[in-house]
Design a protein. Sequence first.
Length: 72
Amino acid sequence: MNNSFDDNDADITCTENGKVVTAEIDDFRLEDSLNAFIATNEIHMKWNGSVYVGNAFGMEFTTKGPRYLGKN
């Protein structure tokens, strides 16, 4: 795990209904991509310039990524 980040959990928002869940994050690459795991389902997400975006189950999901502890 990268020491600059609080943990490998992140809030994931479903843009279809606004529901937010906590997902486990793996293979995190800052401002590139990440894999989010909700239950046993994996969602690959790509950076769009402001958030990570992924599609699964016919829905779109977004996240800002794991909580960052670095300097502002």
